[in-house]
Write a protein that binds this ligand. Structure first.
Ligand SMILES: [Zn+2]
Length: 270
């Protein structure tokens, strides 16, 4: 094995371990933050019998599988969301690392992307269940995003302040504008507060990433909304939270926005 193989292998093992552990912590965030509970104390307990969860029963994914999805003490079922969130965080982290590794001059954007990816997973599930995006998660993303972009710029020498500001302004303008026009029925104020964070970060990657991300948010929102209406699980009036679509759109914009943008410009001959 070459030195490079060893280093890459070490980084992957580190990403897997920390990615699963952070995913485990996200489960605590998703359950407690909407209820206004501390995410630090007390330690995790079974919602059924209140027995504190022993360390050996708190290993990401593995414990849930070994316990066959039930509490060791009272046999109450433990939601499959727990291992799902852990595996999802791991998958998102590996995908982001792969993307940053293969994107010119953007490897130092990875720390910010990992934070936004994990926060995005927490917001995704909280918005689905409670129809809101808590300030306790969204507002800290503002200083974190600025710090992450400054780190990326300083380490790589690639600064994209202009397109980042354009991305943030467009996302805020479109989402905030819709919020104003629909009187808050189309989307909530939480969506308005989250939009600039996603827009600025995508804009740092490129204006195409920011544009494609925003279009994909509305595209996936429309497709899922129509599909739900078609199977009559949702009436025209039943509110679908928009946060998950903002996050899915942002993920697509990051992953494929620049490629889609240049393909489009080729087709229209610019
Ligand atoms: Zn129990």
């Amino acid at each position: 094995m070459s030195d490079a193989t060893v280093i890459v292998g070490f980084i992957v093992v580190l990403l897997v371990g920390i990615g699963l552990a952070v995913g485990s912590f996200l489960n605590v965030v998703i359950y407690r933050v909407p209820l206004g509970l501390s995410i630090v104390r007390p330690g995790s307990a079974c919602p059924g019998c209140q027995t504190p969860i022993a360390t050996r029963d708190n290993i990401p994914v593995l414990s849930w599988l070994l316990l066959k999805g039930r509490c060791r003490v009272c046999r109450e079922p433990i939601s499959g969301r727990y291992p799902l969130v852990e595996l999802l965080n791991l998958a998102v982290w590996l995908a982001l690392a792969w993307w940053a590794w293969n994107s010119d001059g953007l490897i130092w954007l990875l720390p910010l992307l990992l934070v936004l990816g994990s926060a995005g997973i927490a917001l995704f599930f909280i918005d689905l269940e409670h129809h809101r995006l808590p300030d306790a998660i969204v507002l800290p993303l503002y200083p974190v995003t600025v710090a992450g972009l400054v780190l990326a710029g300083a380490m790589s020498g690639r600064w994209a302040v202009g397109s980042a500001l354009v991305g943030g302004a467009v996302w805020l303008g479109v989402i905030g504008g819709l919020w104003l026009v629909t009187g808050g029925r189309g989307m909530g104020f939480g969506d308005v507060k989250l939009a600039p964070v996603l827009g600025v970060t995508l804009g740092w990657v490129g204006t195409s990433a920011a544009a494609v991300g925003l279009l994909m948010a509305f595209g996936t929102g429309a497709v899922v909304g129509l599909a739900l209406m078609a199977v009559r699980r949702a009436g025209r009036k039943s509110a679908l939270p928009f946060g998950p679509f903002l996050l899915i759109g942002a993920a697509v914009g990051l992953w494929a926005g620049e490629a889609i943008g240049s393909a489009y410009l080729n087709v229209v001959g610019l």
